[in-house]
Write a protein that binds this ligand. Structure first.
Ligand SMILES: NC(=O)c1ccc[n+]([C@@H]2O[C@H](COP(=O)([O-])OP(=O)(O)OC[C@H]3O[C@@H](n4cnc5c(N)ncnc54)[C@H](OP(=O)(O)O)[C@@H]3O)[C@@H](O)[C@H]2O)c1
Length: 344
C-alpha cells in the first residue's frame, strides 16, 4: 500500500467544492503498474464534468483527471521490471488528479528522456486529439488552409502547431486577448465573437478552407460546414457552446452527430465527421497501438523542439480548485497543469 493524495469531485459543485482526500493505493496486480504522478492536466472535459454535463462521465463522486505523466514505481506480475524508474504518459479520462495511481501497463506510452513532465503533459489528450483529427480524419495536405476554433486552447494550440509543421496555413479563432499568442504560433487570428465570422474567414480564404476543426457545436457548426471548399472536411469534436445550457448532457452531442451524418450523406463533395478520442474498443490492442503511435509522434516533436509546450500555469495538486477557476476564467492560453508534491 502507498499513501496518496487525490482530488474528489463530489457532485455538481463550484470549483471550491472539490475535495482533497488522503487515500491508499494498493500494490499493482497482474498486468498493472503503480505510477507516481508528476503532472496531470485540467481539460475542458472537467469544466463539463463539474456541471454534470460531460457526455459519459461516471456517477459522482469520482476523481477527475483526463491524462497524466509520471514515473513507474512498482509493477505487478507479467509486467517487465525494467519499467520501474521510467517516465510514461497515459490517457485516463478520469482518475488522473492523484499523486499515485495504478494503471494497466499496456496503457503507458514512454516519454522521451529530457522532456519535462509538465511540458509532456500538455500534449497527452491534446496531442492525440490534434494529431488524429489532422492526420487520420481530415488528412489535410501541405499548402492547404484550415480553420481552427479555440486556437488558444489546449487542443487548438497543439493542432495549430502540428499544422504549421506540415506547411498548412491556419486561420484560428480566439478572443482578442489571445490574438498575439495565436499569431506567435504562426496562425491568422480572428475574433470568435465577430458578428460575421464567415466573412472574416473568407477575407483570408475566398474559396473556402480544406478543413474546419470545431469544438463549439451549436448553430455555428452550420457556418463551419459552409466554409468548406469542395473536397473539404468538417471535424466536429465537442459542444462547448452548450456547457452552460440546462438539460441533458447527451442530447446536444446526439443532435450534432445526427446533423453531421446527414451532411456526410449529402452529395456536396464535403465530409462531416464527429471525432471522439475513445472511438474504437479502448482495451483492443489495435486501439492502444494507434494511440501509442500517435502520442509517440507528438512527444517526439516536443522533444526535438518542433512543438512548443503551451503551459498556461502550474498548480500544486492540492490547489486543484484554483487551477480549475483559472482554466475556466477565459484568460489562459494553453494548458493548466496540476503538479503533485513529490512527497505526497
Ligand atoms: N472529442 C474528443 O475526443 C475531444 C478530446 C479532447 C478535447 N475535446 C474538446 O475540445 C475542446 C477543447 O478542449 P481543451 O481542453 O483544449 O479546452 P481549453 O484549453 O479550455 O480551451 C477551450 C477553448 O475553447 C474556447 N471556447 C470556450 N467556450 C467557447 C465558446 N462558447 N465558443 C467558442 N470558443 C469557446 C476558449 O476560448 P477562450 O479562452 O477565449 O474562452 C478556448 O480557446 C473542448 O470542447 C473539449 O470537450 C474533445
Amino acid at each position: 500500500m502507498t499513501r496518496a493524495i487525490e482530488i474528489v469531485l463530489p457532485g455538481v459543485v463550484e470549483p471550491r467544492g472539490l475535495q482533497v482526500r488522503e487515500t491508499t493505493v494498493p500494490a499493482p496486480g497482474e498486468g498493472l503498474a503503480s505510477v507516481r504522478v508528476e503532472a496531470s492536466g485540467v481539460s475542458f472535459a472537467e469544466q463539463q464534468m463539474r456541471r454534470g454535463k460531460y457526455y459519459d462521465q461516471p456517477p459522482f463522486p469520482f476523481v477527475p483527471g483526463y491524462d497524466l505523466v509520471g514515473t513507474v514505481t512498482a509493477v505487478g506480475p507479467g509486467v517487465p521490471p525494467a519499467l520501474v524508474g521510467k517516465r510514461f504518459a497515459a490517457l485516463t479520462k478520469t482518475g488522473g488528479w492523484a499523486s499515485q495511481v495504478v494503471l494497466p501497463a499496456a496503457d503507458l506510452v514512454p516519454v522521451p528522456d529530457g522532456v519535462d513532465p509538465v511540458e509532456a503533459e500538455t500534449v497527452v489528450v491534446n496531442g492525440i486529439t490534434a494529431w488524429q483529427m489532422l492526420h487520420r480524419v481530415a488528412k489535410v495536405r501541405s499548402g492547404g488552409t484550415i480553420l481552427v476554433h479555440g486556437a488558444n486552447g489546449g487542443v487548438g494550440s497543439t493542432l495549430l502547431q502540428l499544422a504549421r509543421h506540415k506547411d498548412i496555413r491556419v486561420i484560428g479563432t480566439a478572443s482578442p486577448r489571445h490574438h498575439d499568442t495565436v499569431r506567435g504560433l504562426g496562425a491568422i487570428p480572428i475574433d470568435y465573437r465577430d458578428t460575421d465570422l464567415p466573412a472574416r474567414v473568407r477575407e483570408h480564404a475566398p474559396d473556402g478552407v480544406d478543413a474546419v476543426f470545431d469544438h463549439v457545436g451549436g448553430p455555428g457548426v452550420v457556418d463551419s460546414y459552409r466554409l468548406l471548399k469542395r473536397g473539404g472536411t468538417l471535424v466536429s469534436y465537442g459542444s462547448a457552446s452548450t456547457r452552460d445550457v440546462a438539460g441533458s448532457s447527451q442530447l446536444p452531442v446526439l443532435k450534432l452527430v445526427a446533423r453531421l451524418m446527414w451532411w456526410n450523406c449529402a452529395p456536396t463533395g464535403r465530409g462531416a465527421h464527429f471525432f471522439n478520442i475513445w472511438a474504437g474498443k479502448r482495451r483492443a490492442a489495435a486501439f492502444r497501438a494507434k494511440l501509442a503511435e500517435d502520442l509517440g509522434n507528438v512527444l517526439a516533436l516536443l522533444a526535438d523542439g518542433t512543438l512548443t509546450a503551451q503551459v498556461a500555469a502550474r498548480f500544486p495538486l492540492t490547489e486543484a480548485a484554483a487551477a480549475v477557476e483559472l482554466a475556466e476564467s477565459g484568460t489562459v492560453a494553453g494548458k493548466v497543469v496540476l503538479v503533485p508534491s513529490p512527497a505526497a
